[in-house]
Design a protein around this ligand. Structure first.
Ligand SMILES: [Cu+2]
Length: 330
């Protein structure tokens, strides 16, 4: 079991009498008040029209379904609303999002979000108690500000089968360690959250691509000899990965999300884009587990065609991480 940072706590206690604490508090108050002006969403935003934040309501039902990652490759998936990924949650910075989780599984289930704000009662971890018992509901309240603008994900944090319980029991590692579970995520319980700026720059098309692996221990889908697993996009694998489409000259925004235990190196043939972090032109980007990456291209800069997109980890490519971006003349 991971040790709690007791050392850090005692360091703070030792410093309590020091004037440095007073100075640090004053300093952080100044930082917070300055930052609040930047990330708050208000009518005073520089020259922008006022956006009136609203509350958006979603219902997600945790359900088990038969899910095919490709023709003939089927497993009993755990999902939100019967699809992988689950429904996309949309908000504009400043909005409140209220999600009711209806638990139709035989196990406890939860919702944990990245990027938005929430009280501990909407955390979704086992320790927070913010999960739904089988057959029951749980409601999560999430807030957004300017820091939330971008691509994020939601996922389960607690769902676990009896078979997994038994397997963990045999490992005899003690009960506490495995109160949280990755089984829900590995079986398909995830979806995208997109938070937009009130005055977002419009694009012609937008695609969200989850990059994931389908581990045999969770799917019971056995890969061919020499392959560890199948892998792919949006709950699919080759040849069933999503086919994306655009006309030449259209702006297309990609929102990439790595959701499993592996890093994925996304590559799109025939196109380059400016990487915001480095301000450099790139055509490949590595996205670590539970990281996201957003970029925008102009479709068909090298002409129309059936352009490949794929993971450039060559094992993952062999395991099925390859799809088509079809660009047609106008
Ligand atoms: Cu990959």
């Amino acid at each position: 079991m991971e040790a709690r940072p007791h050392g850090a706590v005692s360091e703070v206690t030792k410093m309590r009498d020091s004037k440095r604490i007073v100075l640090a508090v004053i300093g952080s108050l100044l930082v917070v008040s300055g930052a609040a002006a930047w990330w708050g969403v208000s009518a005073a935003d520089s020259g922008a029209r006022a956006y009136r934040p609203t509350t958006r309501y979603y219902t997600l039902e945790a359900v088990e379904v038969e899910w095919a990652i490709a023709p003939g490759l089927v497993y009993r998936a755990w999902t939100y609303n019967g699809t992988i990924p689950g429904p996309q949650i949309e908000a504009i910075a400043g909005d409140t999002v209220v999600v009711t989780l209806v638990n139709g599984l035989d196990t406890i289930a939860s919702l944990h979000v990245h990027g938005l704000g929430y009280a501990i009662s909407s955390d979704g971890s086992f320790e927070s108690g913010a999960y739904a018992m089988p057959g029951e509901n749980y409601t999560y309240t999430l807030t957004s500000d300017r820091r939330a603008i971008g691509t994020w994900m939601y996922h389960d944090h607690v769902a676990r089968s009896e078979a997994m319980d038994d397997a963990l029991g045999e490992m005899d590692v003690g009960e506490e360690m495995f109160m949280n579970s990755i089984e829900g995520i590995e079986k398909g319980m995830y979806g995208a959250i997109v938070v937009r700026a009130p005055q977002e720059r419009r694009v012609d098309r937008e695609y969200v691509l989850f990059m994931d692996e389908y581990l045999p221990e969770y799917t019971n889908i056995t890969p061919p000899e020499g392959m560890e697993m199948y892998a792919g996009f949006n709950g699919k694998t080759w040849p069933a990965n999503p086919t994306l489409f655009a006309y030449v000259g259209e702006t297309v925004r990609f929102r990439l999300i790595s959701i499993g235990t592996e890093s994925h190196t996304f590559h799109l043939h025939g196109h380059k884009w400016v990487d915001e972090a480095s301000n450099r032109w790139v055509d490949t980007k590595q996205v670590g587990p539970f990281e996201t990456y957003t970029f925008t291209i102009v479709a068909g800069e090298n002409g129309p065609g059936e352009w490949l997109y794929h993971c450039h980890d060559l094992m993952h490519l062999m395991e099925g991480m390859e799809g088509m971006f079809v660009v047609e003349p106008r």
